[in-house]
Design a protein. Sequence first.
Lengths: 70, 368
Amino acid sequence: MGLADFGGVVAEVCLEYLPDIHVGDYAIVHVGFAISRIDEDVALRTLAHFRELEILKADVAEQIPSVDGH
Amino acid sequence: MKHLQEYRDGDIADSIARSIHESTTRSWSIMEVCGGQTHSIMRYGIDQLIPKSIQLIHGPGCPVCVTPIETIDRAHAIAQQPKVILCTYGDMLRVPGSRGSLSGLKTQGCDVRTIYSPLQACQIARDNPNRSVVLFAIGFETTAPANAMAIKIAKTEKLKNFSVLVSHVLVPPAIEMIASDPTCRVDAFLAAGHVCAVTGYEAYHRLAETYRIPIVVTGFEPVDLLEGIRLAVLQLEKGQAFVENAYQRTVAAEGNPTAQGVLKEVFQVTDREWRGIGTILSSGYTLSEAFRDFDAEVRFPLEWKPVECTNCRAGDVLRGLLKPNQCAEFGKGCTPDSPLGAPMVSHEGACAAYYQFSQLSPKMNASR
């Protein structure tokens, strides 16, 4: 068992299914059991990929005034 | 909270939604299997952000909703036996069976307890050696490892006053039942991320290939859901059909091998009846031979004839044939305070999601 911080609420959680989990890791907890460790490297890469979509959107938005001639 | 707030970011959601609009040239129907995802879709108005030509069909992934009325009645009958303490998760208490709900029994003096974790049921058994503690164990593959651990602990500690009423169901056979139906309207599936966190998604490759249908493993936050829809649409537009993981930070291809090991030890696969849908072959768990002593069905051999509510169309809702607000009883004879069927009760039920969140966006009802 270990303690998990749910955004300020601390509760006891069974860690039996995540033998490699360390203090400071993030995990998905379901009915009192940690079932999956969140891979922070992958999470950062995913967010970077979403930011790229945002930049593309910004590019399109900038082009619109010139297309319209305003 | 970290790894949560980022996936509720409006700007990122808008960017992905825009990308979906740019990619979509045809009408597509995408089924989110999991009831938790249905609630997120309604809560965040995801269906309002995507093109009108993309229809989201809500699937049967609400464990409380598909638990057969026979099993609810059995739990009801067990709870009325002398010295029994029946333990289950919150939603299950209010689901209507033939003789009412489990919460109704509390007022009659029966000892029905809401638990947050199945380990609490073990503790209740330790604390009450002269009582018979029954864990009503429902859920999909996400919940099964927790219940399996409680049963394993009961065996190790020789908790003779502990037993379990098992009603576990499995996602891939349900997807196969829907995909193999000749009248299937679903073009792609969003697979439930937290189920796959346990099982992995190797079993889904055969389904995607056999039925030529994209399956995208998807999370539960608005950005996760939009990304799942985006990847499904990209596959559909290119005529592709394979398994893709849009929830990589949480789901590994192989899932959680430790949890799978315990599941294999405690349970074995069996045919299961899904309420409103019927029996699906090899679609659930029962206790394995080594744990059969803990089976509440054997300890409490009770017989009765269940009676379903005839006005409730939960079966059509669970199969994606009917939107909740197309049911004549929706919001009139059936509300969360006085539900006719389980989907109006559960926090994963589609009817409850529509009832709770459709007021947030008045246009939503008019457009359906």
